[in-house]
Design a protein around this ligand. Structure first.
Ligand SMILES: [Zn+2]
Length: 558
């Protein structure tokens, strides 16, 4: 897949900014960039608009929305979003499908929601959830620190007769109930005890940078006591507010993909209730679009609540995909890119994940360790003795989980980006598209004509996007406008309601064995007017709806 830039390393902020600016300058009629938020450290959260402005303004076309880096360390998602921008621009004109896409649709991309968090992740040894703003007061315990100064916080094992682990080659296994003889360990991330309360029993300190942007959206929000990192109140983070304001300011958005890393799984709402509680049509749509994602990426589409959530009573929510679907009716997917466990041969079975035994998790860890040693040895370090100022002799070792577990090693990054871009292009094609199919003028009497227009939705998704949107009353009817003559009956502006796309057509195998369409979806609507007009008059019928673009046709009365 041709692109201008190379996707063989993770771009820091300055490189991202420079490359986006270069893409925009070289494609000024296809690409515009705005800053939707300036972060505490002075970085821009960029929103990129891609469409051919010569064929109509961005807002007058159906739109797909992509974002990434809600979580600081999930930089693969960000690189995939940047790849999509680059690929669409680099292949406009040379690829007819991309040309059609940008001529008839808009793609919005917010490639890095948390530029401060991502920068900290890419330039320091630290792991963090969304952003490096102090949120939790650290109240003692083991705080992460790169003790041996190799730029990575690895595992640190401390020998103790109370330990729950014992050595197993390069790895560790759980001590069995009858293990009374031997050498045992506790394992922490490399670190130091600070402000320790003096307890004999060590514990990990709560991370100071615990804010989780994907718990801060205003649907199903719960406070920090239930879901750590939730923030003070919904949209208390300026980055979250900027994202929501952007979506609300672009009512043409008809599909959402929020890129995360990792796990190799495609998540779809609802996330706060069983899939069976949502309208069946919507779940069918999620599965059909999710299956396209699976074809491109090999990752399974699953419902968040039924198959991803470990705790279905005190579940986590306040997530972006749920806000999109459950308040705006927009089909939204969270894509968890990169799946080391699968490559290592011990995949996570998501709908059985919560009942998995510790032994399976350790088996998976070991398989991942072996994969890293073989495929990314630069990110592996054998156990080394280290003289810890507080514990004496300890051992430090293991992999750099940033570019193995959480994100692919650089030479595997391009594959993830390309898979994701291929899915994005297919998802964009599923948007509703209005069409004025036919106009017929029939003479009723001298100077009086009956005008009939057939207006339809040629897309897969309905103009209302989802049945949930109808329940939420956020669906807006298709408006059909007559211009060029005065109506005697009918109004200049008529409403055609919601027009189904072909996703709602009944399909199946007929009772007698043939393929059949028992009933077409209500994708078309006939509108009639009686108008006063003279022969030679030109009459134009236009159809428009915020999610579905616009179209018009003109006839001359004879
Ligand atoms: Zn994430």
């Amino acid at each position: 897949m041709n692109t201008i830039f190379h996707y063989d390393h993770y771009w820091k902020y300055d490189e991202m900014k420079q490359n986006l600016s270069a893409l925009q300058k070289a494609n000024s009629s296809l690409c515009s960039i705005e800053t939707i938020c300036v972060t505490e450290e002075g970085r821009s959260v960029f929103a990129v608009t891609l469409t051919n402005t010569k064929t109509g303004s961005a807002m007058n076309k159906p739109a797909l929305y992509i974002d990434a880096n809600t979580h600081a360390g999930e930089v693969t998602g960000s690189m995939a979003a940047l790849h999509a921008i680059d690929y669409l621009l680099a292949n406009y004109k040379s690829d007819p499908a991309i040309t059609k896409l940008l001529d008839t649709e808009t793609v919005y991309v917010i490639p890095r929601i948390s530029p401060d968090g991502a920068e900290k992740y890419l330039t320091s040894p630290y792991m963090l959830r969304s952003v490096n703003r102090v949120y939790n007061e650290v109240k003692g315990g083991m705080e992460e620190k790169d003790l041996d100064d190799d730029g990575v916080i690895r595992m640190m094992r401390i020998q103790t007769p109370y330990g729950a682990w014992k050595k197993d080659g390069d790895s560790l296994i759980l001590r069995s109930p009858d293990d009374t003889e031997g050498t045992f360990f506790d394992v922490f991330p490399e670190g130091m005890l600070t402000d320790y309360d003096g307890s004999e029993n060590l514990k990990q300190a709560k991370p100071a940078w615990g804010l989780d942007f994907n718990r801060n959206y205003p649907f199903g929000w719960f406070p920090d006591s239930r879901q750590p990192g939730a923030g003070k109140y919904p949209l208390s983070n300026p980055e979250n507010k900027a994202v929501v304001d952007f979506v609300l300011a672009h009512p043409n958005i008809g599909g959402v993909s929020t890129n995360h890393t990792s796990g190799g799984v495609i998540l779809y709402p609802p996330g706060t209730a069983k899939a069976s509680s949502a309208p069946k049509n919507d779940i069918d749509t999620f599965i059909a679009i999710g299956n396209m994602a699976k074809e491109e990426m090999g990752y399974e589409p699953i419902n968040i609540f039924d198959s991803f959530m470990d705790d279905q009573v005190n579940y986590d929510s306040g997530a972006f995909d749920d806000w999109c679907y459950q308040t705006q009716g927009i089909p939204a997917f969270t894509v968890e890119l990169w799946d080391l466990a699968n490559r290592a041969g011990v995949p996570i079975i998501w709908n059985m994940h919560s009942s998995e035994t510790p032994a399976t998790a350790i088996k998976r860890f070991n398989a991942c360790m072996e994969w890293v040693k073989k495929n990314a040895p630069q990110y592996w370090m054998d156990w080394q003795l280290f003289n810890h100022p507080q514990f004496g002799e300890v051992e430090i070792g293991g992999f750099n989980s940033k570019y193995t577990m959480q994100n692919p090693p650089e030479n595997f990054l391009l594959q993830e980006c390309e898979k994701m871009t291929n899915f994005m292009i297919r998802f964009a094609k599923a948007m509703p598209h209005l069409s004025v199919d036919q106009i017929i003028a029939r003479k009723e009497s001298s100077g009086v004509y009956k005008i009939t227009a057939i207006v339809g939705n040629l897309g897969y998704l309905p103009t209302n996007l989802s049945d949930e949107a109808v329940k939420l009353k956020v669906n807006h009817p298709v408006m059909v406008t007559l211009n060029g003559a005065e109506p005697i009956s009918g109004k200049k502006e008529e409403y055609a309601g919601d027009l189904s796309g072909y996703s709602r057509t009944e399909t199946g195998i007929h009772y007698y064995g043939n393929i059949a369409t028992p009933a077409c979806a209500p994708a078309k609507k006939k509108i009639t007017w009686i108008v006063k007009a003279d022969p030679g008059t030109e009459i134009t019928i236009s159809a428009s709806q915020e999610k579905s673009g616009c179209d018009s046709k003109t006839i001359k009365i004879d």
